[in-house]
Design a binder for this molecule. Sequence first.
Ligand code: RI2
Length: 311
Amino acid sequence: MSVEDVAGAIRRMEVRGAAEIARSAAEALKDEAEDFQGRSLEEFRHSLTLAKEELLASRPTAISLWNGVQTVLKDESSAKTVDELRRSVMRNADDFIKRSKEAVETIGRVGSRRLRSGDKVLTHCNSKAALGVLIQAHMEGKELDVYATESRPWRQGLQTVKDLTAAGIRPTLIVDSAVRWLMKDLDAVVVGADTICSNGALINKIGTSQIALAAHEARVPFMVCAETFKFSPKTMYGELVEIEERDSNEVAKAGEVPPGTKILNPVFDATPPEYIDAIVTEIGVVPPSAAYEIIVRQLGQEFIFEANSKW
Ligand code: RI2
């Protein structure tokens, strides 16, 4: 698929999930590099810059997209020939995709240790990292009672119950507003992440912060599953995460509400670190207070510099 096609599919949420978005963008950059016909390095760099800008503009919130694109293009300035640049983009894209898939598998194994047979667990939206933990625990023979929120307005919870059912788990679907009612009966909440800020705050699907609040009130452990490329170097120097707002017709179609009704459709919200008990990454379980160190160690100075270069 062309960069334009991939960016469009991400924008329309045909491709969704923070990690999947990043992997698709990496694949699109790889194809762009493979198909480049010109001979000038300058022209090649220009076409990659345009591709990068188009992909980054497709959805603003998940840092995985920025980290993925940055990883693929990290050798751009040092490459001396078109061929060298092409090879580096293709190699980096393959590496990123492979590492990101392996990270989900590792998170599954690490996170499942936190769950016991008989646990009642709630998940929100459709996070492959969070589902990986639940499915791994099930494969290890633990009997889980899994609840999935509907996740209005896109209703990704329907996909979640399909994914869980396909893995042999019989889930229970609830409407988003039933979370607090249910919370007293739960043993854990397991969610994914679009972005983890340097102070450990979680940016995830709208409604996540309400779930965390209810979990905190009921003293139910709240676990976040996040690959290290979900941590944001951009937030280290104070940049705030842009919360995407989508079209009002995702909430109510024309004719369903009186003309002139204002509709707000924020897609993500921020959960403060004090409501998060553990973040499960591919390098282990960490507290939210470790976010700064993860960014420095795993992503490194180059990423931090690039992320804040406009500062
Ligand atoms: P994985 C999704 O965003 C959800 O917010 C989900 O929790 C998060 O990405 C992480 O998903 P959207 O693309 O990367 O559905 O774990 O808006 O699959």
